[in-house]
Design a protein around this ligand. Sequence first.
Ligand code: 6R9
Length: 682
Amino acid sequence: MVKTVYMPDPSVSRKSHISTMKQYADMYKRSIDTPEEFWADIAKQFHWETPASPSKFFSYNFDITKGPIHIKWMEGATTNICYNLLDRNVKNGLGDKIAYYWEGNDPDDYSRLTYRKLLEEVCRFANVLKSKGVSKGDRVAIYMPMILEVIIAILACSRIGAVHTIVFAGFSADSFAERMLDSKCKVLITTDGAWRGQKLLCLKEICDAALERCKKLGHEVETCIVVEHLPRLSVSQSRNGTVEENGDTSQEKRKASEHKIPWTEGRDVWWHEEMEGASTSCYPVWVGAEDPLFMLYTSGSTGKPKGVLHTTGGYLLYAATTFKYVFDYRPGDVYWCTADVGWITGHTYVVYGPLANGATSVLFEGTPFHPDNDRYWMIVHKYRVNQFYTAPTALRALMKFGDEPVKKHSLSTLQVLGSVGEPINPEAWHWYYKVIGHEKCSIVDTFWQTETGGHVLTPLPGCTPMKPGSATLPFFGVLPVLLDENGKEIRGPGEGYLVFRRPWPGIMRTLFGSHERFETTYFKKFPGYYCTGDGARRDEDGYLWVTGRVDDMLNVSGHLLSTAEVEATLSAHPSVAEAAVVSQAHPIKGECLYCFVTPNEGTEFTTKLTDELKKKVREKIGPFATPEVIQHAPSLPKTRSGKIMRRILRKVAQNDRDIGDVSTLADEGIVETLFQNRIEIK
Ligand code: 6R9
C-alpha cells in the first residue's frame, strides 16, 4: 500500500525555521489578521531610506465594481533593492561569502563570485549603463544565457532604478522584437553566443534580427552591450574580419570560429571594453516602494504577451520571506534552482530571494543531459547542494534514464527538494522523494505564477505533512478561495476556480501599458478576487490540489474531469514517460479524451500498451473517463519553460493546422510528426 501522507523527516524539522504546524498556523493567522504588522516586522531587516508610514502601509481594491483595481504596499517609503541585496550583506560581514558558484555548460568551465566582488561588478556596470544614458524608469532588455554577467546586469539595472525586462534566450527574433517593442527599451544586453549542450546558439545574430525588426516597426534601441562569452578566436575574427590564428585548435573553438558575429558600429559595444575604466562605486538611486522593478512577459492565451509588472518594496519582502521559509535556507547552505533567469522562477528564486537572504547559490548554464544524463546529480555532489529546486518536466525527463545515473553521485547533503511549474504527478513525486531524496528530504510542491511574484501555495519543509501531488496550504498573507461557476465560495471539500481574496506584497501591480487588460484578465470574472485561471480541489484536510488551467477541464457525458487527473493515471504506467490529454468533441458524449503518450526510452508503443492504459484509466477514474484515442507521441510540444502546450495538442486532435502563435514552443518539429500520427475518432 502506497502511503498518502508523508511526514517531514526529523533531521529536516530540527533545523527548520518552522518546525510545527502550530507555529505555522499561528504565523499564518497573524499574517491574515494583522498584515501590516506582520510585514512591517519583516521589513525591519532591510534598509529603507525613507521609512514607511504606518497609516499608508497597505491599501488595495480587488473589486472592479467599486473602482479601479489597485495594490499598494509601503507607499511613500523609499529604498533600493540592489543596496539591500549587496551593500547590506557586505556591511553585515558577508563580503567574502560566495554569492554564486557558476557552473558552465562545459564541466571544465566554472568560477565563483563573492558578495563583495559582485557588488563591485554591479557598480561598474551600473556606471556603464549610466554612461549610455540609462536612468530611473528606463527599460533595459536582457537576452542572455545563465552566466554571472546576467546577474550583474539585472542588479545594475535595479541599482539605478532602471526596469529590466528579461527575455528568455531561446525566443525567436520575432517574439523577442515584439517584447522589445512593447517595452520600448533603450538598451539591450546580450552575449555573442552560448553553448547549450552540444548546440551553439548565435544570440547576437538573433538580437540583430530583432533589433532590425524593431527599427522597421518604429522603435530604435540605442545601444546593444555584448558580453564576450564564446572563445576568443571568434571575437578577434568578428572585429576586423580576418581570422587571427591564436594557436588553439580545439574542436569547440574551431567550431565557434566559423561563427561570425555581426556588428553595427555606433550601436554595439563590448561589455569588457566598457567595463575597463568604469568605477567600482556607484551610489544607489533611491526609488519608491511602488516604483517598478521589472517587467516580465508571460504568454496570454489569446493576443499578445502580457508584460507583468512588479514593483520594488513588496516584491523584496515577499521574495525574501518565501525563500527563507519555503527552502529553509540556513547560513552555510548551498542552494540551487535550475530555472533560467528568463522565467519568473529565475527572477525570484535565482536572483532576488537568495541574495536578499545572503545565500550561496549555484548558477548553471547547461542542460541536465550534457555531457551526460547525470549532470544535475554531478553538480549536487560537486557543490554539496542542500536545497534543490526544479520542474516536474525535468524530473520526468531524467526518470526515463532510470536510477543508475543518480546512484553514481552522493546526494547526501540534500534536505529540501522543490518542484514548480506544473502539477507534479505522483510517480515523479515518489521518484524525487525516494531516489533523489532517499526518503529523508521534504518535497515542497510550490504553486505560483509570474503574476504572483512568489510562492502562494506550498508546504513548509519542517512542518507540513506532504501529500504527493498537492501544493498543500497557503503561504503567509495568502487567502485562497475556491469558487463555483456562479462565483459562490465553496467551503470545505470541493472543486472550483482557484482565486485569492486579498493581495500579498509580491503580487503584480499591473500589465505594462494596459491597466485595463490587467483588470479584465484577472479581476472581471469574479469581482472581489484575483483569478489565477487555474482550477483546484480542496480535500477533507483542507489541502489544495491544483488541477491545471481551467480551460483544461472537460465534460464527458456530464462528468466534469480534469485532464490532469487522466494524465496522472496514464503516466503512472511503468512503460510511460509522459502523457498529455486534451478534450475532443464527440457526437454522443459531448466531449471525449484524446491522449498523447510518450513511452519510456527503449519501450515500444504497442496495442497491448494502449489497451492496458485504457483499462487503467477505467479502473482508476471510472468507465466514463476511458480514453477515446491514445496516440503515440515521440515527444510532446512544450514551451521553453517546459509546460505542455495543450492548445497545440487540441489542434492536432481536431486536425486543424491553424495552430497560431508558436513563439513559446521549444521544438517546432514535433508538431508535424504529431499531425502525421493523428488518429481519427470513429
Ligand atoms: C512559477 C510559474 C504559472 C502556471 C500556473 C499553473 C502552473 C505552476 C504549479 C502549477 C500545479 C504547481 N503551475 N506551479 N500547477 N502545481 N506547483 O510556473 O509561473 O510560468 O507564470 O506559470 O503554472 O497552471 O497558473 P508561470
